[in-house]
Every structure is written in C-alpha cells, then in structure tokens.
Design a protein around this ligand. Structure first.
Ligand code: NDP
Length: 327
C-alpha cells in the first residue's frame, strides 16, 4: 500500500485561494444539509500551559472524503521559530478506509480559514466594499488579506496589531506584491473607522473591537477566538450585527464572542440567523440592505480541512506532486 506525502510548500502551491473557496462553499452546503459528519473537536490542554493538542475528524459529504487533522496551538512557539498552529492531516479512502495521504496542516489551516471568511464575505458584504481593516498581523492576517482581495475589489487596507513592528513588516510585505494601498493603523479604532470589511484575527482574550466603532454596512469576519472564555468582539458588536456562523453546534460550545454576551442576557440563540451553508443554499436570507452590519463568526470546521485535503490530493495526483511512501 502506498501513501502520498505532501509537504508544506507543495500544499501551499496546490491550494490556491479561489479553488479553496469554491471547495469550501460546497462543503458548507453539504454540512448544513446534513450530508457531512463532524463531531465537536477534542481539545486537550497540555498540563500547566495554555497550549492545546486538538483532533478534528470529519467526513465531507460534498467531496465524499474522510480525514482527520491533528493540530497543536502553542501561542509562544514563535519565540523558538515555530508557527503557533502546527500539525498533520491524514486523508483516508472513504470507500475502503485505507490511508491515502499525509500532508502538512499549517498551510491547510492558514488557507482554508481565510477561504471560509472569503466565502462568507462574498455572500454577505456589500458589493462595493473597497476598504479593509485587519486586526492582527500573524498567519491569519496575511491569508485573510488574500481571501478578502479575492472576495472584493479591495483598494485600501489598514492593519493594526498589538506589536506595531509586526504590522509594519506585514504591511511592507503586502505592499510590495499587491496593488492595494496598505498602511499601519495606530489603534484598532483608527483601523476600523470607515472600513467596509473588518477581519479580527488575533489570539486576544479580551475584546479588541468595540461595537460602538462599527459603521453601517460593514461586514465582519471574527476568526480569532475559539474558546468559551475568550473573545475579540465586545457584546455591543454582537448585538448590532446580523450573525452568521460556520456551525451552530460549534458556536454554542466554543465561541466566547457569542457565549459571553449570551450569558449577560444581551442576545439569545435566535440571534444567530443561520449557518453559511444555509445561506448559500438559500435556506436563510442574508444582507437585506446596504446599512446592515453583518458578521461571520468562524470557529473552523473539520469538514473545511477534509474538503481542502481532497482538493490537494486530487491536484497532487494529477500533477505528479509529492512523494509516495510504501507502508
Ligand atoms: P499567529 O500566532 O500567527 O498570530 C497571532 C496574532 O494575535 C498576532 O497578531 C498577535 O499579536 C495577536 N495577539 C496575540 N495575543 C494578543 C492579545 N492578547 N491581544 C491582541 N492581539 C494578540 O496566529 P494565527 O494568525 O495563526 O491565528 C490568529 C487567531 O486565529 C488565533 O487565535 C487562532 O487560534 C485563530 N484561528 C482560528 C481559526 C478558525 O478556523 N476560526 C483557524 C486558525 C486560527 P503580536 O504580533 O503582538 O504577538
């Protein structure tokens, strides 16, 4: 039996943003119509730290594929030169159960997370959105720049980050390769002021974005927080927004951005309009007018990884990429 090994570089090359967004749109529809299987992820804390080892198995009904992602989240790993999110994905045959491929999960996570926000932005943001604010300057900030420029004709980008030097480095990198005008903002408020699109992509525990700062018509992608006690958005931001999610089940179990305002009595479960898959299938309605504030709360789903892995595997076989290993 042979297994295909795909390293980080190959995964990056085989998963362009547009192709990933298209695969994820199919995966979202399949998930929300009950054709996929995805148990809540298991997150294990490493003793005496805030670090996590998570296991994310799933079956994507759209591509009819089966995989599990194993991922660590070590927020101080950068000091030793590692990414904060690292891992591996194993793709299995959904027909016989045999393993088909092992691939790097750093790039899959980086690209598929932004692609999910890109799909939601295409579905929810005003068509004439041109101004983007990014809060954060890490891996997801970079990939969200690419997803947002894929989703809309972005002309101007403001990046705010806790550490200004990292925002400056990302600004320089993105300016060198893209036509959009990219600048550093001194404060999160200055970054989001007048923005048509906002992406929050930090590991913050307390709100970095206030609802009072949001202008009518803005679309938000809230990506950073994924545990019940942490949030990037204050309660007013949730209350003022029409809320769409990747998975209701995940939000009710993991999303501090929603669960904290819910515990305060500011919103109820009915504040969630629906899942992106329901929106894409026409089961729920999206933006009704140019003035509404729309919000996509992303937790990240195993079926996103499975759909991306299937795409990578098929492209690798077609292009003769990767290394075959005899098991
Ligand atoms: P990185 O480690 O590359 O970047 C982390 C970013 O968060 C940096 O900009 C960092 O700022 C900032 N940050 C960390 N702590 C704080 C804080 N207390 N207040 C404000 N900013 C802070 O991580 P990624 O870009 O890979 O991930 C960003 C977030 O997105 C993480 O929380 C991650 O868990 C989440 N994520 C969500 C996914 C999903 O599917 N929804 C998937 C993958 C990641 P500084 O430069 O100053 O350190």
């Amino acid at each position: 039996m042979k297994l295909l090994f795909l390293n980080r570089q190959v995964v990056r090359e085989l998963l362009p943003m547009r192709a990933c967004m298209d695969a994820l749109a199919d995966a979202f529809r399949a998930y929300s119509s009950g054709k996929s299987v995805q148990p809540l992820r298991t997150m294990m804390k490493v003793p005496a730290t805030d670090d996590i080892l998570a296991s994310m198995p799933g079956y994507d009904g759209a591509s009819q594929s089966l995989a599990v992602k194993l991922i660590t989240v070590f927020h101080d790993a950068a000091e030793a030169g590692f990414d904060s999110h690292q891992g591996l994905l194993v793709l299995f045959s959904a027909e016989h159960g045999n393993p088909l491929a092992i691939m790097d999960a750093i790039e899959i996570t980086a690209i598929r997370t932004a692609a999910a926000s890109g799909v939601a932005t295409e579905a929810l943001a005003n068509k004439d959105a041109t101004t983007l604010a990014i809060l954060g300057a890490g891996v997801q900030a970079r990939s969200h720049f690419h997803a947002m420029t894929e989703a809309r004709d972005i002309k101007s980008v403001r990046i705010w980050n806790r550490s200004r030097d990292r925002a400056e480095a990302l600004t320089e990198e993105l300016s060198a390769k893209n036509s959009a005008d990219v600048t550093v903002a001194d404060t999160a408020e200055a970054a989001v002021s007048g923005a048509d699109l906002i992406c929050t992509v930090t590991a913050a525990s307390e709100p970095i974005l206030k609802g009072a700062w949001l202008q009518p018509g803005v679309h938000l992608s809230a990506v950073g927080s994924s545990t019940p006690s942490k949030r990037e958005l204050d309660s007013e931001a949730i209350v003022r927004s029409k809320l769409f999610v990747d998975s209701r089940e995940s939000v009710l179990s993991e999303a501090g951005d929603f669960l904290i305002p819910k515990s305060e009595g500011a919103v109820g479960d009915d504040h969630m309009i629906g899942e992106i898959g329901e929106l894409l299938s026409g089961k729920v309605e999206g933006r009704q007018n140019k003035e509404e504030i729309t919000l996509f709360k992303s937790l990240g789903m195993a079926v996103e990884d499975v759909a991306a892995a299937h795409l990578i595997y098929e492209r690798a076989k077609a292009g003769n990429r990767g290394v075959w290993i005899e098991m």
